[in-house]
Ligand binder design. Sequence first.
Ligand code: ZN
Length: 403
Amino acid sequence: MVDVKSKALNQTISVDRIIWKINSKITGPTVIFIGGMHGNETAGVFALKHVYKNIQKDKVKGNIYAISGNLSALKQNQRFIHSDLNRMWTYELLKNLETKTSLSAEEEEQVVLYELLKNIINDHSGPFYFIDLHTTSSQSLPFITINDALINRNFSRQFPVPIVLGIEEYLEGPLLSYINTLGYVCLGFESGQHDDINAVTNGISFVNLALVATASIDKNDIDDLLSHYQQLNQNTKHLDEVFEVTHLYRIYNGEDFKMRPNFSSFQKIKKGTILAESDGRDVAAPDSARLFMPLYQNRGKEGFFIIKRIAPFFMGLSSLLRRWRLDNLLVLFPGISWDDKEKGVLKVNLKITRFFAKQLFHLFGYRNKQVDSTHLRLYNRERVSKIDSYKELPWFKGRISMN
Ligand SMILES: [Zn+2]
């Protein structure tokens, strides 16, 4: 057991790796909530603990797990001890872990988490849902981050909060991206600023709505479902649109980076606005758009992101292109070939990408990750997704009623 403190609530609770779980005899989905992948983000852990008290256990269908992420960092109320546990979920690092003899604090956490997640997936049948609860160092509306696959998009639309997609192009090794390569629905929910009491309240509301959206619990068996919906709706100022990450300011090792004060996530900014200082020089906004996750803590490699709204027309168009698998036609163009068709990996000559804007590949569900001197490898989020286990569910076809 580890003691976890909430500064916002001025309260301490004791938690284990499995904060709680419910295994029902009634058939249903398996929903896995994770809180505290970052040890200074305790709101998710407190929200999960709170929700358990009010669940009518005999009404649950399927399985629910509430898991804590970085236990040793949670104990210290630090983002991490040695390295960021939410940047370690690449195949290479997971493979290395098998043969390593001496493990860092986070590697030890990862071994246990990895085993636990594998066991849950082996022990149960789907549909599976993974929900990773976080908070931000800046002021922020609550929001969802997802890897850009239709199953994630459609599931995320059930919640009255903004959705930010495409972060996988900029971050290496978040847990979300790893789960997505397994093909399951996975979303990150950022409930607010680390030590803001609202981050706990928003977390509680989100978990309740998620239990209904996944059909773990019938909406009539949750107290005050409407108030949870309204809580999020009000806190997001009704900004339930879809955004795409278009820029990341990456902090290099040893850089002295400092955001200018009082910026918040989703704030509109004009091109040229001075956002931060780097080694004594001004850092200006590269675009007129919205600022996203400005860094107001010592630890972290991402200074700030820029996001832009995706118009509903393009959301609809890309959904059609993907369902019809029209990406099969892309390889007819010179310079574009399959690197691995089954896994949905395209190899694109870098010269070609100048003509084919990145946005076009995005429409088809490709997000780039790897570059060598001549080629770009683009990974499709659709071809690996286990869409068949979700496509007949009510949420896949539209918005389900939450009131
Ligand atoms: Zn986090």
